[in-house]
Design a protein around this ligand. Structure first.
Ligand code: SF4
Ligand code: SF4
Length: 382
């Protein structure tokens, strides 16, 4: 276990360290596609030989610049992403040959209009509901349109074989990451939730997928072996917390750290970038476009109405991870997740009979004192 913290930290640094790599890949002629959301079928991009890369802003730094164009009372993720684009401060956005967005929440889709003035942007029209044939047809058509857009933009042909290969590799990556984050099911878990998050984050910025899969499998194996020998970072008395809600980024690490410094351990991340996203494979036995349509249409995002998939997923995860309490993270001005807090609270407290806490926050660090008080009291009460 001795070298593991270092290995995890190093892997978690992939975003920061990947700047040079992405520049070199661009110099070699590789195409880069910036993506914002779990709904983007990354396999279509990978099948074209391009690199899909997450460009969601997770830092407070460019928000002031973004507010010159965008309203202040907008979700920090949208402002940060736009701020990075207009200031050229994010190399991933800067190097993107194409940006793919979806009509998820209102703030994002209006921001894409503005982003389209400075970058090449393709927006996928997302249905408002996962249910029914109309939604399915619409989303399938949008996936076909994305495929055609990528083919035209990069002058390539995406064959059925290319798509199947990309799906296969992405599924192996998902299974590998799943085996890693499922370490959280152990009682007590062998590593902190913050460590799990670092690895999930690092994976999103690994361009050599074969190498990434090998490294993560190795890490999982080493952690399990060390655990068997009694090496463990987490006290068995730590309260097992599931985190749900808006996407997490470096600026919201304050919440995870506060939970873990106050007697809790995050055993499961339901958010995008966690189970909601990675936990579901693409069916390799059916037509690849149909398989991508079903997988991506069913993401348990609050943009969907109703969003029953989130309730079903939470129910399953609370049982599987033996969760003691749920923390729902809401980014300021995220109306869809904010409105859903009532339904989630009712479900968690009345049907699953465990405590629930919702936290509304932004990317500033000014609420750390308040977070300590609220989270500390929540964990103590469990
Ligand atoms: S929470 Fe919804 S809108 Fe945000 S990244 Fe996830 S799927 Fe996309
Ligand atoms: S966190 Fe909410 S408001 Fe912000 S981009 Fe995602 S869905 Fe939109």
């Amino acid at each position: 276990m001795n070298e593991l913290p270092e290995q995890i930290n190093e892997f978690g640094e992939k975003r920061r360290k990947g700047f040079v790599t992405i520049k070199n890949l661009k110099d070699e002629g590789k195409k880069v596609v910036g993506v914002f959301c779990a709904f983007t079928p990354k396999e279509v991009i990978a099948a074209a030989g391009a690199i899909p890369i997450g460009i969601c802003g997770t830092s407070e730094e460019p928000i002031q610049d973004a507010e010159k164009h965008l309203p202040r009372n907008l979700c920090p993720l949208i402002k940060s992403s736009y701020g990075f684009a207009i200031t050229n401060k994010c190399p991933y956005t800067y190097f993107s040959d194409l940006i793919v967005g979806e009509t998820t929440c209102d703030g994002k889709k209006k921001m894409y209009e503005m982003l389209g003035k400075i970058k090449s942007v393709h927006v996928m029209q997302l249905p408002q509901t996962t249910k029914g044939e109309d939604s399915y047809k619409l989303w399938k058509n949008e996936i076909i349109k994305l495929k055609e857009k990528v083919e035209k933009e990069f002058n390539v042909e995406i064959t059925e074989e290319n798509l199947k290969d990309a799906i296969k590799l992405k599924n192996i990556e998902r299974e590998t990451l799943k085996e890693f984050y499922e370490l959280g099911k152990m009682m007590p878990p062998p590593i902190l939730g913050m460590d799990i998050l670092k690895v999930l984050r690092g994976a999103a910025f690994s361009y050599d997928k074969e190498e990434e899969i090998k490294t993560i499998r190795n890490m999982t194996k080493n952690i399990k072996e060390a655990y068997k020998k009694g090496e463990n970072k987490v006290l068995s008395s730590a309260k097992r917390i599931l985190v749900t809600g808006c996407p997490l980024g470096e600026s919201t690490d304050k919440i995870i750290n506060t939970i873990e410094q106050n007697g809790g351990v995050v055993v499961c991340f339901e958010n995008c970038g966690g189970v909601k996203d990675i936990g579901f494979l693409v069916d390799e036995t059916i037509d690849p476009i149909d398989a991508l349509t079903s997988k991506y249409l069913n993401i348990a995002c609050s943009c969907m109405t109703p969003n029953d998939n989130r309730i079903e997923l939470l129910s399953q995860l609370i049982d599987e991870y033996k969760v003691d309490g749920v923390v729902d993270v809401i980014l300021q001005a995220c109306h869809t997740y904010n409105v859903e807090t009532y339904r989630i609270k009712e479900f968690v407290t009345k049907e699953k009979n465990i405590p629930y806490l919702s936290i509304e926050t932004d990317y500033s660090q000014t609420d750390i004192g308040q977070l300590k008080t609220r989270i500390g009291a929540f964990v103590e009460m469990i």
